[in-house]
Design a protein around this ligand. Structure first.
Ligand code: FES
Length: 130
């Protein structure tokens, strides 16, 4: 729960915060990192200003979500778990987000985009680009 709070605050788990948590809970730092790296939920890298999540659950995968990932890679030059150089966008792959009827689904900053196609990606991303 402490690590959840840290990630909620920073958007990821900075090393300094992990060290502080280990001190406060009086547990070895290796144990803290064991938890962080075991659960995919926890991030060790600072995400971009806008977080793109592409669903790779079964329904979305079968409807072409890998093509969406490839298109985002082409448009922004980042792969999964990477951040653009200007720190505007980061991309991650997630498992079923609970709206399979809209497959393939992506989320940007929590906003759901369903039945997306590669053709739509430039326009969708432009909505978030400053
Ligand atoms: S598999 Fe993507 S929303 Fe369920």
């Amino acid at each position: 729960m402490v690590l959840h709070k840290v990630q909620e605050h920073f958007g990821y788990i900075p090393r300094e915060a992990a060290i502080k948590v280990a001190e406060l809970l009086a547990v070895p730092l290796a144990k803290i990192y064991g938890v962080i790296t075991f659960y995919h939920f926890f991030k060790l890298k600072e995400p971009g200003l806008h977080k793109i999540q592409v669903c790779l659950g079964t329904a979305c995968y079968l409807k072409g979500s890998q093509d969406i990932i490839d298109e985002i890679e082409t448009l922004l030059g980042i792969g999964v778990n990477q951040v653009t150089d200007d720190r505007q966008f980061s991309m991650e792959a997630v498992r079923c987000v609970g709206c399979c009827g809209l497959a393939p689904v992506i989320l940007i900053d929590g906003e759901v985009f369903g039945k997306v196609s590669t053709d739509q990606m430039p326009e969708i991303i432009a909505k978030f680009h400053r």
